[in-house]
Design a protein around this ligand. Structure first.
Ligand SMILES: NC(=O)c1ccc[n+]([C@@H]2O[C@H](COP(=O)([O-])OP(=O)(O)OC[C@H]3O[C@@H](n4cnc5c(N)ncnc54)[C@H](O)[C@@H]3O)[C@@H](O)[C@H]2O)c1
Ligand SMILES: N[C@@H](CCC=O)C(=O)O
Length: 416
């Protein structure tokens, strides 16, 4: 709670519940994976596959915002037999170190997961340039992941094997509201999605598409409800929101709010204020824009700021293309509607807009074992943490064919 600025509710979901789920479900998935064997054996032949760990080590590079993600980045490949170097984010070293100590206390042999905090470019650079570098398991921002991918390519002549690159990165997540949606549920769901953990979730709601027929009601509801949100110290359990992670995050988020304030294309509907006199506090902010390609509709802010574009109600179907063309990301998104056709059409029309798509539910809060998590396009390799898919990336399959009926003649029957 103190290190990462999580309130008690969010800290419990992340550091305890989600990490336990990752560990338990991965055991089940590993068991399922090992049971997958070739479906056919010719007479006198026994075919089998062996799921070997990768040759070399896996480099796990974790973000500040989820302790569970850090733990899983290291533990999932370790479960499949790999050796891991785990580099935590500077802002989350303390909680991640506690997880490492728990792993050791639980009996993990020394050296299987090597916890190495330190200066990122030097440490990660040295690992990537090592011949035994076998895989990058990364979660963090898109630009860092792209830079690391390039670095890996630059070192490909050094590596013993082709490294497996697994990365979950940024998002610009959306709620698309249909004219039949109920504002009484749209607003609370959107408040949670945009402002829980101060919007510092890759899945956080960052842009909304609201029909003009509902806008006045939704706007009023936002103003009433957001005014009730308490922002302050994590130790005071009545606070819904706390501080953002550090000065750099505060400055970045503030610059987006200031940009909106100074623009003729945007209006601050709620919030818009901030204070770093003691801690880095940003009030939950809702911006309305007349430009669907406005800067805050496109770029990942990673803070408690959501931007609304109000569209003509009759243009609902046009929103699918607009949503996809506005950003490079494709992580999470949701449709709110009480019309089954609209739900079906949006689900199809937005097929590639999000790796995690929600219907009448907010775009955050995937649960391990229920909603495998991850996005494509600039949001990552979509290997789906919390599912069997991820585990396949950390094994290298060996095929073994054993014959019990050896041949004694080299010629074909057709040669006789
Ligand atoms: N898609 C997902 O599942 C998911 C989950 C959580 C966070 N994220 C993303 O993570 C970001 C927020 O986390 P963050 O601020 O910790 O991300 P970040 O990219 O700044 O840092 C992530 C990790 O990369 C390391 N790093 C940073 N610069 C580096 C460099 N030049 N060379 C090598 N390593 C470097 C950091 O030390 C840290 O360990 C957001 O963009 C968010 O969307 C994505
Ligand atoms: N898996 C989390 C987000 C993790 C990213 O920060 C969610 O679904 O909200």
């Amino acid at each position: 709670m103190l290190g990462q600025g999580k309130n008690a509710w969010q800290a419990e979901i992340d550091s305890a519940a989600e990490l336990c789920d990752f560990l338990r479900f991965n055991c089940k998935y590993a068991e399922e994976l090992y049971t997958q064997q070739p479906p056919k054996n010719s007479p006198g032949v026994w075919n089998r596959v062996e799921y070997r760990p990768l040759e070399g080590f896996v480099l796990a590079v974790s973000p500040f915002n989820f302790t569970a993600i850090g733990g899983n980045l290291a533990a999932a490949p370790a479960l499949m037999g790999n050796v891991i170097i785990w580099k935590p984010a500077p802002a989350a070293v303390y909680s991640n170190y506690i997880i490492q100590k728990i792993f050791m206390e639980a009996g993990l042999p020394a050296g299987v997961i090597q916890f190495v905090p330190g200066p990122a470019p030097e440490l990660v650079g040295a690992c990537i340039a090592h011949p035994e570098f076998a895989s990058l398991h990364f979660t963090g921002s898109t630009h860092v992941f792209k830079a690391l991918w390039k670095q890996i390519a630059d070192n490909i002549h050094v590596h013993k094997s082709y490294p497996r690159i697994v990365g979950e990165t940024g998002g610009k997540n959306f709620h698309l509201i249909h004219p039949t949606a109920d504002p009484k549920t749209v607003v609370p769901q959107s408040i949670r999605a945009a402002f829980e953990f101060q919007g510092q979730k890759c899945s956080a709601l960052s842009r909304m598409y609201v029909p003009d027929s509902l806008w006045e009601e939704i706007k009023k509801e936002f103003q009433t409800e957001v005014a009730k949100i308490k922002v302050g110290d994590v130790a005071d359990f009545s606070n819904f929101m706390t501080a953002v992670i550090n000065q750099a995050a505060f400055d970045k988020i503030k610059s987006y709010i200031d940009f909106a304030k100074s623009s003729s294309e945007a209006e601050i509907i709620c919030g818009g204020t901030y204070d770093d006199s003691k801690g880095y506090f940003i009030q939950p902010t809702v911006i309305a824009t007349t430009n669907p390609h406005f800067k805050t509709m496109k770029e990942e802010i990673f803070g408690p700021v959501v931007t609304v574009y109000v569209y003509p109600s009759g243009d609902f179907d046009k929103m699918y293309q607009l949503i996809q063309d506005t950003t490079e990301y494709a992580l999470t998104g949701a449709i709110f509607a009480n019309d089954r056709h609209a739900v079906k059409n949006a689900t199809n029309g937005l097929r590639h807009a999000a790796g995690n798509f929600y219907v009448n539910d907010k775009c955050t809060g995937a649960v391990v074992g229920q909603q495998p998590f991850g996005g494509a396009r600039a949001s990552g390799t979509n290997d789906k943490a919390g599912s069997i898919n991820l585990l396949y990336r950390f094994v290298s399959v060996r095929t073994v064919k054993e014959s019990f009926l050896p041949i004694t003649d080299w010629s074909y029957p057709s040669n006789q």
